[in-house]
Design a protein around this ligand. Structure first.
Ligand code: ADP
Ligand code: MG
Length: 700
């Protein structure tokens, strides 16, 4: 248990496990620090001598702080981070070692790439891959290893990870946003950065109970389970008092995250029983992505210390809310100007409106990309299930901002006065208080005062893909705007025409109503907005020509890389469903059916005894008939599911296989589950082979 005093001394130990910019400044020779800053800010390669010095200083600090190993930490397409640990030791003769770490080792690693998914990109005989240091994300110590955040590519240069495209997309949006800023007379900003604050939901369950559920162990979610008598209907968990055991976990978690330099800020109980949330203060998107991935690792690790298991699956339990992640996203200059803040002066307001219209256009034109960035087998259970936004992408602006956009449409908003100065239809845009912009919780993409909140992510998603999509698509529209306006001889009137035209063309994506309403789906269809309810349909759109065009033009991803990513996502979907289905078969055959038979036998004995004693056994007979029918249903459910799984392999190409899993395998799984859950509701507790929903959800 954590000492309260240790906890409260946060500034003293915050970031103590991080090789921060501040540390580098104090520990590195000036010229080396400068060389590193240049690499960090411009992306130019680091001079090998400087790299050697940094590596040696880094190692010294790491060893002083308990590290014996280093690892290039990267994000392959598996969906979870990867690490291979090498110790610092180097023999010096006489059976002695010293601790060594060179610049070469810092900058580049060469892990075998053959076992990471490449979607057909890399033939196995070219299995070499390499990892390259991302100097913009700080190294840190975790579990006695120095972690060096890195990008991961094949030797022939194809990208095999999620970090590289995110970094590229950040460069691209910076470049295009700066062009817009220059048009508005800003000559001083040097870099524009997208910022992200991801809110993270999760469940905590007791480890002893977890260990008895093969579905939780293999699939991360319950594949069977009848509803508990109580769910979330009383709405008594959200923001409720945090129980002692959970509170101890949260304190411990905060402390670990703070040591790792993660700005853990908010924690509370969520809607479902046993569900909680943690949110950090926002930071640059690549760092936010690294830190969110790290936080997921730490959340799971700390839970074990408390005899708990942290579940980050999107839908661990049927019938209560699943877990998601809210990606709060904004754009700011290196001078601290938030470009999604409406600002106080008309000049700032018009800049804001320009970015706003660009975002509206980007979301409308590339809704498919945003949708597929959150597509996964797990998230399919949430989107459109009245606990998360529907699978249709729309934007919520809120009343105030909507009024302003309406005025933009009628031409009342941006005008020129007689001195041909820009004036705005109102004195200045209002400041948007959070409580009026944030009321709508059912929108996938909501303006919340000075940022947009994208609410469709699944809790286990890596946020890099979503942010890569946001950055690239918005950058593309900013580029279109800049291309049109840079050559303009009458900037103001051209800007006005452009914003008005684009707003009218893309306002169909704006929806301020209730996103959970059935009627909205019909309305969205009338507006021609794409609705892709499942992963398979969503992912299939990745390689559309319009999408390849923007990624290739900006050199964020090549056509081949996009095609390979599509393959990987679809394959992954099929694999997840296959594991789930096999786990169901295993549990049903070895645990559920035997329980059903055991109950049948008990009933039969009871009936026999009663008949012998000439006592009516109507109730027993009634239940016995029910149990017997359910046993039969379960058995045929198992057999059908097994048959269906056999057919899946012959369904055709990757897309056809994934579609088959979605349609046929998924249905067979549901049928088997329904019968098993029915049996659970009538079977005595002492016979039932694994902990129930009531045990799991109300035990911590
Ligand atoms: P909610 O009402 O959605 O639960 P919270 O205050 O819990 O809101 O979370 C809001 C998140 O948005 C926090 O992570 C916060 O740091 C983040 N955020 C605030 N401003 C920005 C910004 N400019 N860019 C990105 N994220 C931001
Ligand atoms: Mg939120």
């Amino acid at each position: 248990m954590t000492d309260f005093k240790v906890c409260s001394n946060v500034p003293e130990y915050f970031g103590s496990c991080v090789f921060s910019e501040e540390l580098m400044k104090t520990k590195l020779p000036k010229n080396v620090y400068k060389a590193w800053m240049k690499t960090k800010n411009t992306g130019c390669p680091l001079d090998p001598d400087a790299a050697d010095v940094i590596a040696s200083v880094m190692k010294e600090w790491a060893v002083e702080n308990g590290a014996t190993h280093y690892t290039h930490w990267f994000f392959p397409m598996t969906g979870i981070s990867a690490e291979k640990h090498d110790s610092f030791i180097s023999p010096v003769g006489g059976g002695q070692v010293i601790m060594e770490f060179s610049g070469k080792e810092l900058i580049k690693g060469e892990p075998d790439a053959s076992s990471f998914p490449s979607g057909g990109l890399r033939a196995t005989y070219e299995a070499r891959g390499y990892t390259a240091w991302d100097p913009t994300s700080p190294a840190f110590i975790h579990d006695n290893s120095l972690y060096i955040p890195t990008a991961f590519c094949s030797y022939t240069g194809e990208i095999l990870d999620k970090k590289t495209p995110l970094l590229r997309s950040m460069d691209v949006i910076s470049e295009q946003a700066l062009r817009i800023l220059r048009l508005f007379g800003n000559t001083t900003a040097r870099r524009v950065t997208t910022t992200v604050g991801p809110e993270q939901e999760y469940f905590l369950v007791d480890k002893k109970l977890y260990d008895k559920r093969r579905d939780l162990i293999f699939a991360g979610r319950t594949l069977f389970g009848a509803k508990a008598p109580k769910g979330q209907e009383l709405e008594d968990h959200y923001f409720g008092a945090i129980k002692e055991r959970v509170s101890c976990y949260m304190k411990d978690l905060d402390r670990e995250l703070w040591k790792l330099g993660i700005y853990a800020k908010t924690k509370h109980n969520e809607v479902a029983p046993a569900q909680h949330e943690f949110a950090p203060i926002f930071t640059a998107s690549n760092i936010a992505a690294d830190q969110n991935a790290l936080a997921l690792v730490v959340m799971k690790k700390i839970a074990l210390r408390h005899g708990l298991v942290c579940l980050v699956h999107e839908k661990p339990f049927a019938g209560v809310n699943g877990s998601g992640k809210h990606n709060n996203w904004s754009i700011a200059t290196n001078e601290g100007l938030n470009l999604l803040d409406p600002g106080k002066s008309p000049k700032d307001n018009i800049l804001f409106l320009t970015f706003l219209v660009a975002i509206i256009k980007a979301i409308d034109e590339y809704a498919d990309l945003l949708r597929l960035s959150v597509a996964s087998a797990g998230n399919d259970h949430r989107l459109g299930a009245n606990e998360a936004p529907p699978a249709v992408i729309s934007i919520f602006l809120g009343e105030e901002l909507q009024k302003i956009c309406d005025a933009l449409e009628t031409g009342e908003m941006i005008k020129e006065n007689s001195n041909s100065e820009f004036v705005i239809g109102v004195d200045a845009l209002p400041n948007f208080p959070k409580d009026t912009t944030d009321r709508n919780r059912t929108s996938p993409f909501a303006f919340t005062g000075n940022k947009f909140e994208f609410r469709m992510l699944g809790s286990s998603d890596e946020i890099s893909c979503t942010n890569m999509m946001l950055n690239t698509t918005v950058a593309y529209v900013l580029k279109e705007f800049a291309d049109k306006l840079e050559g303009s001889s009458s900037f103001k009137s051209d800007l006005n025409t452009l914003l008005k035209g684009e707003y009218i063309a893309h306002k169909r994506v704006i929806f301020n109503g209730n996103g959970y309403d059935e009627e909205w789906l019909a309305e969205a269809a009338r507006r021609g907005l794409p609705n892709r309810p499942t992963t398979v349909e969503a992912v299939a759109e990745y390689p559309a020509p319009k999408n390849i065009k923007i990624f290739e033009e900006f050199k964020v991803l090549t056509r081949t890389e996009i095609e390979s990513r599509t393959e990987i996502l679809l394959e992954n979907y099929s694999k997840v469903l296959n594991i789930e289905a096999l786990t169901m078969v295993d549990m049903a055959r070895k645990q559920i059916l035997p329980a059903g038979f055991c109950f049948s036998e008990k009933l039969a004995k009871a009936i026999n005894a009663k008949v012998k004693a000439d006592i009516p056994a109507d109730a027993e007979k009634f239940v016995a008939a029910k149990v017997s029918a359910l046993n039969t249903a379960i058995l045929s459910g198992i057999e059908k599911l097994e048959d269906t799984l056999l057919k899946a392999k012959d369904a055709g190409d990757t897309l056809a296989v994934a579609s088959f899993y979605r349609s046929d395998v998924f249905c067979a799984m549901q049928e088997l589950r329904a019968a098993a859950d029915d049996l659970e509701t009538i079977t005595p507790e002492e016979i039932w082979p694994y902990p129930t929903y009531a045990d799991l959800l109300f035990n911590v």
